[in-house]
Design a protein around this ligand. Structure first.
Ligand code: FMN
Length: 337
């Protein structure tokens, strides 16, 4: 992959904060959860569909928002959108998209797209994103709340990644890591959330919640959903994984909002564990990105359809016909149990 996209881009995509302890733990944490299957339950007829933010979806997988996708493949977000749409997978478009939101919306066709929002010191930039979300028929606003400033990423610093593909917001300007990481508003508080909820008139999902007390505040702030996430291990090293943070957050939310999770999801059984713990959906980041880098839209389609197929067969092997039948009874050991 380094040869294909160059070392700096590779290390930007693959890398995490600090010594990458959290990055490595994100997938390992799913593996630490042991499944307990049930047998003889007549699982010949199955359906992977779930309800997310009140809408029926073919399966619980979404593509996570990821910046600068043209650094992974020439067709960037357009190819990601085509691959996602081919598998009925909603895509969350990054604020740092290198493709116009309207073009991504067209490529998604009938499949849902959500818009990710970074709140910058320059509020006008953030409102441009909100406007683009409204115009492009994006169905939710995913406000990322774990980025008061950019985490210190040793590998990215060593390789010196500079974004050279213009983003929608930068109108052709190239961005050094310094600029990319200091535009964010470190003074953002819970009070700001309502402003964007009102301006967008869209359901708001808060991405980057790890603490159950913050989950409670998210519900009180009117969030329709939240994403349990450590930003793919890219912000603060040694924080808890999504997999381990999930159950306490689900218990705190207690059905008052949808709960999604991400970090290290690569296999169908990772998805099943998230749903068994009580999540409504799962975001896939780098796994989809490597599909894009390897094979454009077809690469994305292959990765996502394999993941959903593997989720479907995991259902059967656990003795379930639908995601609704998954429960904590299917989990035997978990570090926090
Ligand atoms: N999260 C955001 O909210 N906005 C972004 O623009 C964004 N850009 C990312 C760029 C890259 C290269 C990566 C790997 C992640 C990015 N994330 C961003 C975090 C992802 O949305 C997601 O939380 C994370 O990648 C999930 O972990 P995984 O890659 O192990 O699946």
């Amino acid at each position: 992959m380094r040869d294909r996209i160059g070392r700096a881009a590779h290390d930007y995509f693959a890398g995490g904060a600090g010594a990458e302890i959290t990055l490595r733990d994100n997938h390992a944490a799913w593996n630490r959860i042991a499944l307990a299957p049930r047998v003889l339950r007549g699982v010949g007829e199955r359906d992977t569909a779930v309800t997310l933010l009140g809408e029926r979806r073919r399966h619980p997988v979404l593509v996570a928002p990821m910046a600068y996708q043209r650094h992974a493949h020439d067709e960037g977000e357009l190819a990601m959108a085509r691959g996602a749409a081919a598998t009925g997978t909603p895509m969350i478009l990054s604020s740092q998209t290198t493709t116009a939101p309207a073009d991504v919306a067209r490529a998604m066709g009938e499949t849902a797209r959500w818009m990710q929002l970074y709140v910058f010191r320059d509020r006008a930039l953030s409102f441009e994103i909100v406007e683009a979300a409204r115009e492009g028929g994006y169905e939710a606003l995913v406000i990322t709340v774990d980025f008061p400033l950019g985490g210190r990423r040793d590998r990215e610093i060593a390789s010196g990644f500079t974004a050279t593909h213009p983003t929608f917001l930068n109108h052709g300007e190239n961005l050094s890591p310094d600029v990319r990481h200091t535009r964010h508003d470190p003074d953002l508080t819970w009070d700001d959330i309502a402003v964007f909820a009102e301006a967008s008139a869209l359901p708001v999902v808060l991405k980057g919640i790890l603490h159950p007390a913050d989950a409670e505040l998210a519900v009180q702030a009117g969030a329709a959903g939240l994403v349990v996430s450590n930003h793919g291990g890219r912000q603060l090293d040694t924080v808890v994984s999504g997999a381990d943070a999930l159950a306490p957050v689900i218990d705190a939310v207690d059905g008052r909002a949808d709960v999604l999770v991400d970090g290290g999801v690569r296999r169908g059984w990772d998805v099943a564990k998230a749903i068994a713990l009580g999540a409504n959906g799962v975001l896939v980041g780098r796994h989809a990105l490597w599909g894009l880098a390897r094979g454009g839209a077809e690469g994305v389609e292959r990765v996502l359809s394999d993941l959903v197929d593997e989720f479907d067969s995991t259902l059967a092997l656990l003795g379930c016909r639908t995601p609704d039948e998954l429960s904590r009874d299917h989990i035997l050991t978990a570090p926090w149990a």
